[in-house]
Design a protein around this ligand. Structure first.
Ligand code: SF4
Length: 232
């Protein structure tokens, strides 16, 4: 049977359930785009706590973006060591900042405020190592644009819920979920699906018996032994 997108009423109901269970589904604090880019690199393969520790150390050592962009890679790696993979992340951060400075003449992305989502996303994904998820995070969290970043948790939960076709890669998932989820719900849906993916729809063994979406989910019967429950 070919894949069919969920009907809009189901998506809205799922959003209400996620808000009831995990709400309020507030996005992370609004940050400037450069900060969001740096944080996204620092968040790779580490916990939020270690990411924040590395970011604080980085800002303490390099108080301005210009100072950071001009720093030696070894010094940056040393500063972000608490976040792990510092030898990989330091050159990534520097490559992004230096590319922006080379192109724009400064590390000021204030022009984003008047640019379209498409213009901003195209600019961001043309930066070294920046993909659609990072671009979506900048749009959602720094600019409050109606996009739904697809990280590993959102991707897994959306796949099990049948909101994206089987074997959809993360890049395509951004496009499909943007069609499936209404604009006003996208950022908070991202937050809700992350919470669901981290706490309930876990990678190896989803806790379908405790999932607020189990009666909406085609994967639930695979895991549920008995007594599925939902609740509106
Ligand atoms: S019912 Fe199970 S598989 Fe479906 S979203 Fe919930 S935890 Fe994931």
């Amino acid at each position: 049977m070919s894949w069919q997108p969920p009907d809009p009423a189901t998506v809205r109901l799922a959003h209400r359930r996620l808000a009831k269970r995990f709400g309020p589904l507030d996005p992370p604090l609004r940050r400037d785009p450069i900060e969001e880019l740096v944080l996204t690199v620092l968040s790779q393969n580490t916990s939020d706590v270690n990411r924040d520790r590395a970011f604080a150390a980085l800002r303490a050592r390099f108080p301005t973006w210009d100072a950071l962009a001009s720093a030696r890679v070894d010094d940056v790696a040393e500063a972000i060591r608490p976040g792990g993979l510092s030898q990989v992340k330091a050159p990534r951060i520097l490559a992004i900042l230096r590319e922006i400075r080379d192109r724009d003449g400064s590390l000021d992305l204030a022009w984003f405020a008047d640019a379209s989502d498409e213009e901003i996303a195209a600019y961001l994904v043309s930066l070294p190592g920046v993909g659609p998820k990072t671009a979506a995070c900048v749009l959602a969290f720094s600019l409050e644009r109606p996009v739904i970043p697809v990280d590993t948790h959102v991707h897994r939960a959306a796949g099990r819920l049948g909101w994206i076709p089987p074997k959809t890669d993360a890049n395509r998932a951004h496009e499909i979920l943007a069609e499936v989820v209404p604009p006003k719900l996208r950022v908070s849906m991202h937050v809700g699906l992350i919470r669901l993916g981290r706490e309930v729809c876990k990678p190896a063994r989803p806790r379908c018996e405790d999932c607020p979406l189990n009666d909406l989910c085609p994967t639930a019967p695979v895991y549920l032994a008995s007594g599925a429950r939902g609740g509106r």
